[in-house]
Design a binder for this molecule. Structure first.
Ligand code: ADP
Ligand code: MG
Length: 503
């Protein structure tokens, strides 16, 4: 088993007037399931469609309509669970969570409170090379999304768009194992990465594909360790939940604000009240939205329209067999197979398309050199022009050939950059271009020797100086490189210059 060893990061500590405080964070991430149709209807999930055009009768809560479960959504939830190394529950059930909201025509949300489809799992959250935290997953359940109320289109009216009503969400609930704002963002980033590898959620935060409810509390140093030993929540502080965050930056700002607000309350001798809060990015503050509601407030009960969901182990095994190599494994393999640093391996495996591109470049070649070219030259250039790897003007085959030419000694690193530029802007076969345009490095010692002799003969004063101060030999190397149009092999030139000057 390929494995990298990790040390846990330090928890974020905030110094208060009465001593240090530590942060404790647990996230409920809502990830939109990547499927064509909704959880219980055949209506399309396409983003950006004409308002109220993707609505089946059952989504609109029409009388007599019955939900029919979409097998594709179940498969995606199982796939996600397997990707998070979680237990899959072969028996799960749907419950009604009753509440009124204008964008919820049924008057209830179908969710899985008591028997979720996925049980305990874990995610490794990478913070820096060698530093990562294992965050435990408590559960993943399937549920319906609500529609959208739009209040800012008209001064007198609100609008409702039901396109999103009934779209499948996976709610991924973490244990309170996250210890700082950066870790919380990195956790969401890691979930997103894994789900994108799996193809179970697009992870587009701007479109609301991935949103998080962020639970924050503060405690004194040592309290968290006591909680870990006993799993007794009374060692932790009272939490507040910040709803519906869909930006990595705001998640971090909201946590920081919220932790400081709680510390100020506690240090003032007041109590933190458990409640649901909203983050206002314009003012950078969280505000109370409602007091915390409990499960019984929603009058949860098993949905009588849906039978319990029973799946077979063989079906789960088939899904397991079809899982791709996941980010942690790929990263570890890149480190061992190609001799890359963990940092570079992390950059290359951030997106599966990048990793696939790199592997084509590196196949049968110098992995480190290939990584340098992909990360520094290619990614740098693509970023500058806002290109994605999918529409890269340089194919992996072309970049691979450039790397091969450098390794063979046919071209120097400097000429390789010119060649890359030609391929990027004009295209073509790197090997043929090197031949046609005479870009090959001169390794023929006869030709280099002639050039060295010429430079030495023409500069007797410099020769004398260099013989007294060998550091000046570099000047000769430069002159020979200039005389050969940068095509001489620098190592060969250096060796000859040393010899001829008798150094
Ligand atoms: P609810 O449905 O009431 O929000 P859940 O159990 O579904 O409750 O989710 C609670 C979330 O809050 C979980 O992610 C959990 O890890 C987190 N959490 C629980 N206690 C604390 C705490 N003291 N500090 C921070 N987060 C907490
Ligand atoms: Mg919650």
């Amino acid at each position: 088993m390929l494995d990298l060893t990790y040390e846990a990061p330090q928890p974020k500590t905030i110094a208060g007037a009465t001593g240090d405080w530590e942060l404790v964070i647990g996230l409920e991430v809502h990830a939109q399931v990547a499927t064509k149709a909704k959880l219980f209807s055949g209506a399309s999930t396409q983003f950006g469609a004409e308002p109220n055009s993707n609505v089946a009768f059952v989504d609109a809560g029409m009388p007599g309509m019955l939900p029919v479960i979409n097998e594709g959504c179940v498969a995606q939830a199982v796939r996600t669970g397997l990707g998070l190394k979680a237990e899959i529950n072969l028996w799960s059930a749907f419950d009604r969570k009753n509440y009124f909201y204008p964008d919820l025509p049924q008057g209830y949300q179908i969710s899985q409170l008591y028997h979720p489809i996925v049980g305990e799992g874990e995610v490794l959250v990478d913070m820096a090379p060698g530093i990562a935290r294992r965050v435990r997953i408590e559960r993943i359940h399937l549920e319906q999304d609500a529609g959208k109320s739009i209040h800012d289109m008209d001064p007198h009216m609100s609008f409702v768009d039901l396109n999103r009503t009934g779209v499948a969400l996976m709610e991924i609930v973490s244990r309170p194992d996250i210890r700082g704002p950066e870790e919380a963002a990195a956790y969401v980033g890691k979930l997103r990465q894994i789900m994108r590898y799996l193809g179970t959620c697009d992870g587009n935060m701007q479109n609301g594909n991935l949103r998080a409810d962020v639970n924050v509390s503060v405690c004194r140093p040592g309290d968290y360790e006591r909680y870990q030993e006993t799993q007794d929540f009374s060692h932790l502080g009272t939490r507040c939940e910040i709803k519906n965050m869909n930006s990595m930056r705001f998640i971090q700002m909201a946590i920081d604000y919220e932790a400081r607000r709680q510390i100020a309350l506690l240090e003032d001798g007041k109590e933190v009240v458990q409640e649901t809060r909203l983050y206002d990015p314009d003012k950078n503050e969280t505000r109370s939205m409602r007091s915390k509601e409990e499960a019984h407030d929603y009058r949860y009960f098993p949905d009588p329209d849906l039978l319990p969901l029973e799946i077979e182990q063989a079906w789960v095994d088939d899904i397991a067999a079809s899982l791709p190599e996941l980010p942690d494994e790929k990263k570890a393999r890149f480190v061992t197979e190609f001799g890359l640093s963990e940092y570079d391996a992390g950059v290359l495996t951030a997106e599966v398309a990048n990793a696939a591109y790199f592997e084509k470049v590196a196949e049968g070649r110098d992995g480190k050199l290939a990584a340098n070219w992909v990360i520094n030259e290619l990614f740098g250039r693509l970023k500058k022009e806002d290109h994605s790897i999918e529409d890269s003007p340089v194919s992996p085959e072309q970049l691979g050939k450039i790397v091969g030419l450098i390794t063979k000694g046919d071209i120097s690193g400097k000429i390789a950059k010119d060649l890359f530029e030609i391929i990027y802007t004009e295209g073509g076969d790197p090997e043929a271009i090197v031949e046609e345009r005479g870009m090959k490095q001169v390794t023929d010692t006869g030709a280099i020797e002639a050039a060295v002799d010429e430079v030495i003969a023409a500069n007797p004063a410099q020769v004398e100086k260099a013989q007294q101060n060998p550091k000046l030999a570099g000047w000769f190397v430069g002159q020979v490189m200039k005389a050969t149009g940068g095509k001489a092999n620098p190592a060969a030139v250096n060796k000859l210059v040393q010899e001829k000057l008798g150094l």
